[in-house]
Design a protein around this ligand. Sequence first.
Ligand code: NAI
Length: 322
Amino acid sequence: MGKKVCVLGAGGGIGQPLSLLMKLSPQVTELSCYDIVGTAGVAADLSHIPSNSSVTGHLPSAGTWPPTHDTGLEAALKDAAVVVIPAGVPRKPGMTRDDLFNTNAGIVKTLVEACGDFCPDAVLAIISNPVNSTVPIAAEVLKKKGVYNPKKVLGVTTLDVCRANTFVGNAMGKNPDDVDVTVIGGHAGITILPLFSQVEGFSPSDEELEALTVRTQFGGDEVVKAKAGAGSATLSMAYAGYVFAENVLKAMDGDDSIVQCAYVESTLTDSPYFASPCKFGKDGVEEVLGFGEITAYEQGWLDKMLPDLKKQIQKGVDFANN
Ligand code: NAI
């Protein structure tokens, strides 16, 4: 069945390659690209790719593509099944994701308000950082509008899974694409916890395990440093966002085998939002699954992360309500 996907922030470093991948997706029949700049060009460009979907570009006001198309967020969001949100500023060297809060919290709040108005049934896949706080912001905004569905407000932590798979696959001499590490917690520094103990056939030394864990937690910093002020991960994030959205769409279409990690409202720990494996279905997350047995080493990281994670969640909740 055909599905409309909307990318909010489609003109950006993540938004452009993510829109390209969504244009290529066999699941997508309609792609709408929204940003405050540049989407007429992005949409015109993508429209020449011979794939199964139409594409439209939207700006807050005039200048959309095709020129006759309705402008604005309403047209971009109307009838969307999935909305992927990479809008907002990225990190520069020396910044944490939390340093982005002041700018991105407001952007996400405004965009999610529009989602509540124009596509209240859509699954929202939130990429904008700090994800630990922007997901609670989205939930509070939708609660106020009376349209919050915890199964459909999702933080995208797939890049952490991609990094863990790549690092451990390389360490094991295996194709990283054949590895699927469970990564739990949140999406910032020590709130990211890869469960390498659950990877079959992997028995690292204590030092190797520590190095891999910390590299997964701070992998984003490698990219920020290498880009030297030009932003953070965009290409790997576009890939991760595409994988995530594609899985959501497949499950909507009846594939009952989809399990992937997502940052969602959760009762697994005393943190009200938590990333863990989730079973996906026709309406988003069907079930938040547990994360199985963890080692004392992993429990140590979990105990350490929870105060930070809860603080970042509360910051989002307070922002949305004040
Ligand atoms: P970018 O600056 O290249 O692109 C952001 C885009 O958002 C720009 O085109 C900008 O015009 C647009 N935008 C700003 N305000 C907007 C609004 N009100 N409505 C619609 N669009 C708006 O940044 P980049 O590199 O694409 O990163 C985007 C976000 O994704 C950042 O917050 C970054 O921290 C986050 N990110 C998240 C990751 C994750 O794993 N969840 C990984 C990497 C980045």
